[in-house]
Design a protein around this ligand. Structure first.
Ligand code: ADP
Ligand code: MG
Length: 457
């Protein structure tokens, strides 16, 4: 039936109590609590967070739940209930996590930095990485100073597709870090269970997002730029976050104007990606090489405060002038660098346009929806032709969605697999669903309902 194609977020209270009883069965002792972090969709701003661009993500109702209880021996024991990754309980010994026992001086931080543990390639790296980076954060941030010898038992379950471009990795990191904060830091001990939700300030959440980024970059070895962790920890229910990745400031914007009469649907193609594979980092390196040639450390600085199309053309002309005699830039193919540059710049302009569209109120409903739709679709073309991170099924999903009356559609996430975000009039949803079911049996649809940030349940 048509319903089978929808992937439901589930009932948090049911998932909570199920996880609590499975935890007891697995570890023979009760869990101290359950922490949740959402996955994300993104209206615009892919492959530009690490260039300081603006992104417009929103949190999903789907996400990752972590049940946990503390240990005193510095070890992590953890198991995932995800069918494809479950390999029983993994134990990560304390010495592999690299505890910090410093006094918080710069020298301590530097010494510790040199000891950042390398990941093993196992999914547990995301969690042990976060424990490491939280300990390091605690060296300079007293609220997060980790208890000596802190360790934990964890049980993980997710309602997200894994490797589906909806950021199951950040959801795992962010749910885990909240568990560690609650169980092993002064902030957690002073604010039992759900009280932690109110006790975490904006700055706390910002610091924790940065710690999760460190874990994914330094321990897992994936080139994430902070978009996913920021939305998981700082999203607002009912809103899209307008996130300026120059300073990670956020502005929650209403999207009621595009929800009335429309639905946002994430189409998981069923083709999973592995961001640690290196293609993602290659794309980033191409764009960074272009930035260096232009004389910028951060590509966002190549454009003015309120960038427009003409500014993009100007930067591209400058690139062409500088690259005229060059086969390669920083050892990378010049034309590839130019395409990555063009993706990043046009993506930044689209984000700016969307930000102003959603923060203004001067438009009728139809107009807003069709403009957002056009931005989505041109974002896809840029992911396909310039970033070159799309793939056959994603292109087909976009084409199919547009043919069935969607206002717009685009690949979201890092690419090379993952999901397509579709803005569709409610009336067109049944035929769109049927057409998508015809493409592949592994396609799943997720209703995108802008949801709240990570929290203790
Ligand atoms: P995405 O974030 O788009 O889902 P990534 O490749 O960034 O894709 O992250 C997927 C990886 O994160 C998985 O391969 C696994 O290592 C880890 N992961 C995410 N969710 C879970 C989970 N529920 N259980 C175990 N590992 C998970
Ligand atoms: Mg990810």
């Amino acid at each position: 039936t048509t319903d089978a194609v929808w992937l439901a977020p589930g009932e948090p209270q049911e998932i909570h109590s199920d996880l609590i009883s499975r935890f007891q069965a697995e570890y023979g002792r009760p869990a101290s609590g359950v922490w949740f972090a959402p996955g994300r969709a993104n209206l615009n701003g892919e492959h530009i967070d690490f260039h300081g661009g603006r992104c417009l993500p929103l949190a999903l109702a789907h996400g990752t739940y972590v049940a946990a209880a503390p240990r005193q021996d510095g070890q992590l024991r953890l198991r995932t209930l995800d069918a494809s990754l479950d390999d029983g309980v993994t134990t990560v010994p304390a010495e592999q996590i690299g505890p910090v026992n410093g006094s918080g001086t710069d020298q301590d931080l530097q010494d510790h930095h040199a000891r950042s543990p390398r990941g093993s390639g196992h999914w547990s790296d995301y969690v042990s990485g976060v424990l490491w980076s939280l300990r390091e954060l605690g060296v300079s941030q007293p609220d997060f100073r980790m208890q000596d010898g802190f360790g934990a038992d964890l049980l993980v379950v997710s309602t997200l597709p894994i490797g589906g471009g909806l950021s199951s990795s950040a959801a795992l990191e962010c749910a885990s870090i909240l568990a560690f904060v609650a169980l092993g830091t002064p902030l957690g001990r002073q604010n039992p269970l759900q009280d932690i939700n109110a006790a975490l300030s904006r700055q706390h959440r910002k610091d924790l997002a940065a710690a999760c980024v460190r874990a994914e970059v330094e321990v897992v070895g994936a080139g994430t730029g902070g978009l996913d962790q920021t939305v998981a920890l700082r999203a607002r229910a009912g809103k899209v976050l307008s996130l300026d990745c120059r300073d990670f400031s956020v502005q929650p914007l209403d999207i009621g104007c595009i929800q009335r009469g429309y639905r946002l649907v994430a189409v998981d193609t069923g083709q999973a990606h592995r961001l640690v594979d290196g293609q993602f980092s290659d794309r980033r390196a191409d764009a960074e090489a272009a930035a260096h040639l232009l004389g910028f450390d951060r590509l966002r600085d190549a454009l003015p405060e309120k960038p427009r199309k003409a500014d993009v053309l100007h930067v591209l002309e400058e690139f062409d002038r500088l690259a005229e005699q060059l086969d390669s830039v920083d050892g990378r193919d010049t034309q590839a660098c130019r395409r990555r540059l063009r993706h990043a710049l046009t993506e930044m302009v689209r984000s700016e346009k969307l930000h102003h569209l959603l923060s203004g109120e001067a438009y009728g409903v139809r107009h807003v929806a069709s403009t957002v739709g056009d931005i989505l679709t041109s974002g896809h073309m840029s992911m396909r032709d310039d970033a070159e991170v799309s793939f056959a099924v994603a292109d087909l999903v976009v084409e199919t969605a547009l043919a069935q009356g969607a206002e717009g559609a685009r690949l979201i996430g890092g690419g090379f697999g993952g999901s397509v975000l579709v803005l569709v009039p409610i009336g067109a949803l049944p035929r769109l669903t049927a057409a998508l079911e015809g493409i592949s049996r592994s396609i799943r649809l997720l209703d995108v309902v802008p949801s709240a940030a990570a929290q203790a349940l």
